[in-house]
Design a protein around this ligand. Structure first.
Ligand code: PLP
Length: 402
């Protein structure tokens, strides 16, 4: 048989969420007829904003007529959407980026992983611990690491995040080439201040490193003075790539649409922009044109209003969870500028033990923090994505049965 990739073979066991699903299924089999209250996966549940749904219906009508049908679009994304994104950054964040820097995609997850492919396998990744698993797994699959040992991969510079640093890492003491940052953070819900991000931009300049900034949850920020985009930090346009998504603000988890900003020059060099363009043109045929018409509508004034209302709904859920759990003495972080509540397991329990305990006693499914990295051990992530009535039922069940 053809030999498989050694790098892929290095990946540990199952991806976190399939394992969560497996345990829920096993529990369900043992407890037939019982309802599982799911606060586990960050999957949106509410209807698409109407302005967006209308725009996508209209696009389908255009595609349904020979006169107005269109096929493949530009690999980099349709020009009107890239322009709308440029204006959005300018208007809401005061960030000026040329249209050429915006690459539309089918979502942030694939971009966060695919970006690895244009960098050398010798490029050293620095990743927050805990982190959205894609950063570590794509670094492993991309051949940037050695073997897995003691809860981590050799070759990754782990940047620990815990209560002592407010779950915001500080730049590492050693050299790294690719620094993954995500704020508001999944899983901890932490946000970074301008000064905290500036420290990373300064580090990047010192080390000639590139920051890959995941801003998938930027619309959840409500606290004053917290940057929504890494480009709000002086000097970031020379050292940072930013990845964005319509999943969590426009409800596009199933529709699929995101973008990546790659400045035309990083450290005065056009190579990264050229290679990303080359990669997209070769391996990607553009995002769905229906989704892109929805994306344009999402960035219109009415679309923005409806998206922020949708975000407000999930944020209210987060508040209900955070308040309810805090009332019974659980230590909760996040959940203010974020849909995730990072909760400390009581009585020194491990993440998986508390996961099983919650499922058994309260019929609530959460996500074990240890699945996000070694430093996530002893925590669970509780997601605010769900219908309000389910969120209320889950919080009531936890309060009553824990
Ligand atoms: N980035 C982060 C930090 C996420 O938590 C998620 C999804 O949960 C994504 C990216 C995925 O975004 P998309 O649906 O656009 O692929």
């Amino acid at each position: 048989m053809a030999k498989v990739s050694e790098s892929f073979m290095r990946l540990q066991a199952g991806y976190l969420f399939p394992e969560v699903a497996r345990r829920i299924d096993a529990w369900q089999q043992k407890n037939p007829g019982e309802k599982v209250l799911r606060l586990s996966i960050g999957n949106t549940t509410e209807a698409l904003p109407q302005a967006i749904a209308r725009a996508m219906h209209e696009k389908i009508d255009l595609l349904s007529s020979r006169e107005t049908y269109t096929g493949y679009g530009d690999e980099q994304g349709d020009r009107p959407l890239r322009e709308a994104l440029r204006e959005h950054y300018q208007k809401e964040y005061g960030v000026s980026m040329p249209v050429s820097a915006f690459f539309v995609s089918d979502g942030a997850k694939s971009d966060a992983a695919n970006i690895q492919s244009i960098f050398s396998a010798s490029a050293i990744p620095a990743i927050q611990d805990p982190a959205y698993p894609v950063y570590v797994d794509s670094s492993v699959a991309g051949g940037h690491t050695g073997e897995y040992e003691n809860g981590g991969y050799r070759g990754i510079v782990y940047m620990p995040c815990d209560a002592s640093n407010g779950f915001v890492a500080v730049p590492p003491a050693e050299h790294a080439d690719l620094i993954y940052l995500c704020f508001p953070n999944n899983p901890t819900g932490a946000v970074a201040t301008k000064d905290e991000l500036k420290a990373f931009v300064d580090y990047a300049h010192r080390e000639k490193a590139i920051i890959i900034f995941d801003s998938a949850y930027s619309d959840y920020i409500e606290s004053e003075g917290i940057p929504h985009s890494i480009y709000e930090i002086e000097g970031a346009e020379d050292c940072a790539i930013e990845i964005g998504s319509f999943s969590k603000n426009a409800g596009f988890t199933g529709v699929r649409l995101g973008w990546t900003i790659v400045p035309e020059h990083l450290y005065g060099d056009e190579t990264v922009h050229r290679l990303w363009n080359r990669r997209q043109c070769t391996f990607f045929n553009g995002a769905s044109n229906i989704a892109q018409s929805g994306g344009i509508a999402a960035l219109s004034p009415q679309g923005r209003k409806e998206c922020l209302d949708l975000v407000g709904y999930y944020k209210k859920n987060a508040e209900i969870i955070r308040t309810g759990l805090s009332e019974i003495g659980l230590e909760c972080y996040g959940g203010i500028n974020s849909p995730y509540i990072w909760t400390k397991c009581p009585d020194g329990m491990s993440s998986w033990d508390f996961f099983d305990f919650l499922l058994d006693k309260t019929h609530t499914a959460v996500t074990p923090g240890s699945g996000f990295g070694k430093k996530g051990e002893g925590f669970v992530r509780i997601s605010a994505y769900g219908h309000r009535e389910n969120i209320e039922e889950a919080v009531a069940s936890i309060k009553e049965n824990l």
